[in-house]
Design a protein around this ligand. Sequence first.
Ligand SMILES: N=C(N)NCCCC(=O)O
Ligand SMILES: [Zn+2]
Ligand SMILES: [Zn+2]
Length: 318
Amino acid sequence: MTTPIGPADGSASPRFGGLTTFARLPRLDQVPTSDIVVLGMPFDSGVSYRPGARFGPAHIRQASRLLRPYNPALDIAPFDTVQVSDGGDIDLNPFDIHAAIESAEHAARSYADRGSRLMTIGGDHTLSLPLLRAAAAAYGPVALVHFDAHLDTWDTYFGAEYTHGTPFRRAVEEGILDTEALSHIGTRGPLYGKKDLEDDRRFGFGILTAADVLRQGVDEVVDRLRQRIGTRPVYVSVDIDVLDPAHAPGTGTPEAGGMTSRELLEILRGLAGCHIIGADVVEVSAAYDHAEITGIAASHTAYDLISLMAMDLAGQTD
Ligand SMILES: N=C(N)NCCCC(=O)O
Ligand SMILES: [Zn+2]
Ligand SMILES: [Zn+2]
């Protein structure tokens, strides 16, 4: 393998200058091939409450400037291990959700066809559906680790099937998820009714609530997740509202009583060695953020997810 082209050197070029790519990585068109592509999906036409996730990709990239090349928690320098690049943003029609979903799936499939794994930065949670479709086209039905305050297995809003509250119900209906290995982590807050939980269980999801994370602790949660995932290809979706509003104020449907960013990162790191084939970080709504709190949490989450995918890719080629 040729030596990967890494990020701009923060000791030679100040990190607060220059054009903005994720972690100051090269653009996709500056590298011959890319094992992992960071892809922005600026889209928020599926939201049910506060808007603004369309500005998530730009905000996460800006907050990612301070990331450094070596990840001590996972003992990997991801950008030296595999080629990671920033593929920019894809064009998604803000006035036609069906067209946007189609474009997102088409773009994601084209990266899979070229052998790249995607680290998608959103955008609202509607986008996980086309991303999972593309993942399933490449791997068959995939396991899912879903970090969120919400179930996102609701049926419709105002009669609309495709929204940020419904992607995983649609995904189960479409048969693109491995129903033996579906987990929500960090759920909490009021629901519409008890039936929400009954439906969710029927679809095959196991739930580790925010309270479970508190009471059982990170290690127990990681054990349970790992048991459920095994060696299956797994997609990781992180709705940033899984974090307590104190850790992620910049989001559209905040709920009290959430995880800390430290807990989220530690649970993710516990997935080292799992066959993570794609990931997204969604629901960052820049206008509600303060002091880049949410942007920093999201950029670190994406950095750890990239590190996990790089470990998996490196393990395969050894
Ligand atoms: N996916 C996110 N962030 N939120 C879903 C909330 C759906 C609701 O308004 O009930
Ligand atoms: Zn949510
Ligand atoms: Zn969500």
